[in-house]
Design a protein around this ligand. Structure first.
Ligand code: FES
Length: 142
């Protein structure tokens, strides 16, 4: 199994690791296949994700994808963050070994879960469709 240089770089030195104590939204998701867990914290101001941190109890791919995915949504409007797909994350990492692609889904799902939590906590109305598994580009390749 070969990892790209980018994966190794993000695994060795992951960005945005940690916790936000006064987070506006927290998303926690687990991977049914391997039992790995990812938690993402977001701060939101005027619909923009001003800060994001993650904790992952997972494999190298899960850590690398969380690292780059959090980089990709930091400072971005929520609407853009919701459009982030695991495919885009994998591409940004110059690919993942096929058996590891399911790991990248965690980051996308955790971001969506954090946004949903933010909406719920603030009584913001949203289209439930946004958070349906079918709209999450979820690959059922577990
Ligand atoms: Fe569990 Fe990668 S093996 S997330």
């Amino acid at each position: 199994m070969e990892y790209s240089a980018k994966v190794l770089e993000h695994f060795a030195n992951p960005h945005n690791v940690g916790k936000i104590d006064d987070a506006d939204g927290i998303g926690e998701v687990g991977n049914a296949k391997c039992g790995d867990i990812m938690k993402i914290y977001i701060k939101v101001q005027d619909d923009v994700i001003t800060d994001v941190k993650f904790n992952t109890y997972g494999c190298a791919s899960a850590i690398a994808t969380s690292s780059i995915a959090t980089d990709m949504i930091k400072g971005k409007p929520i609407s853009e963050a919701l459009k982030l797909t695991n495919k885009a994350v994998v591409e940004a990492l110059d690919g993942l070994p096929a058996v590891k692609v399911h790991c990248s889904v965690l980051a996308e799902e955790a971001i969506k879960a954090a946004v949903k939590d933010y909406y719920d906590k603030n009584g913001i109305k949203y289209d439930e469709e946004l958070f349906k598994p079918d709209n999450c580009h979820y690959t059922h390749e577990h």
